[in-house]
Ligand binder design. Structure first.
Ligand SMILES: NC(=O)c1ccc[n+]([C@@H]2O[C@H](COP(=O)([O-])OP(=O)(O)OC[C@H]3O[C@@H](n4cnc5c(N)ncnc54)[C@H](OP(=O)(O)O)[C@@H]3O)[C@@H](O)[C@H]2O)c1
Length: 256
């Protein structure tokens, strides 16, 4: 086996939550390019099905697009049952779905608080525990959580206190589950991206340029594809001795 063979996901099935746009779309594509059959799952069923079909056409892998609200236990259980029924297994879970509200703490509504914490934390918790129950009975698996540099810093100039707290919780949940599930053969790691051009992060807006771009040592934002390579690394045997790790990919942003 060469080192490149260790990145292969051939014979594996990977589920990406929120996988039809932004970072998740690049993750789903990269996992399929690495050889996995891929499931794209989000609340927008039509866009999930469309993205899955595009990935199948460009990679030749089996894919599935389905509706999934990561905050609903019945929907998560139904999704895992459908994936393992139709594709035979579930080896890799990428907890990518997330949301953000930019607003000072004194203006955040209770509904906004609940939405961000529930989507970003329960939306990692539920798919993880449901998938891990299946993985534990079938030889193990691999979970990759999408955290953020916002777990470590307070972003500027936009204020997003609830998002920051939710991502800090994702990093700590990653470590807690990694410690608990190592004996089950399940690795749990996270990625902390810096600014990536997606609908969530309007990196081209002039008011963000100084603090988002010029303050970063590499003086630029990331593409989703740059982060996707790290997902393949963590999802594959290439990272076989890593669990509970948080891999920062931020152009050096958190060095200052
Ligand atoms: N962009 C950045 O700069 C950046 C930096 C660090 C970390 N991140 C993290 O990376 C992840 C992806 O971000 P992105 O920028 O690609 O965001 P995005 O473009 O806004 O995409 C978010 C995805 O999550 C899905 N989603 C939201 N709520 C969901 C729910 N309840 N159930 C299932 N799916 C749900 C959305 O689909 P539906 O609405 O159809 O469900 C969508 O596909 C997030 O966790 C984000 O916090 C992003």
């Amino acid at each position: 086996m060469t080192v490149l063979d260790k990145f292969s996901l051939e014979g594996k099935v990977a589920l990406v939550t929120g996988g039809y746009r932004g970072l998740g779309r690049a993750f789903a594509q990269a996992l399929a390019e690495a050889g996995a059959d891929v499931v794209v799952a989000a609340r927008d069923e039509a866009r999930s099905v469309e993205a899955a079909a595009e990935i199948a056409a460009s990679t030749g892998r089996k894919t599935l697009g389905l509706r999934l609200d990561v905050t609903s236990r019945p929907e998560v259980e139904a999704a895992v049952a459908r994936v393992t029924g139709e594709l035979g297994r579930l080896d890799v879970l990428v907890n990518n779905a997330g949301t953000c509200v930019h607003r000072p703490a004194l203006e955040v509504t209770d509904e906004e608080y609940d939405d961000v914490i529930t989507t970003n934390l329960k939306g990692v918790w539920l798919p993880s525990v449901v998938a891990a129950a299946w993985m534990a009975e079938h030889g193990g698996g691999n979970i990759v959580n999408i955290g953020s540099i916002s777990a470590q810093i307070v972003n500027r100039p936009q204020l997003q206190p609830v998002y920051n707290a939710s991502k800090a919780a994702v990093h700590q949940l990653t470590k807690s589950l990694a410690a608990e599930w190592a004996p089950l053969g399940i690795r749990v790691n996270a990625i902390a991206p810096g600014y990536v051009k997606t609908e969530m992060a309007p990196v081209d807006r002039p008011e963000f340029r100084r603090m988002w771009i010029e303050d970063a040592p590499m003086q630029r934002y990331s593409t989703p594809e740059e982060v996707a390579a790290t997902v393949v690394y963590l999802a594959s045997e290439a990272s076989s001795f890593s669990t509970g790790a948080v891999v920062v990919t931020d152009g050096g942003y958190t060095l200052f």
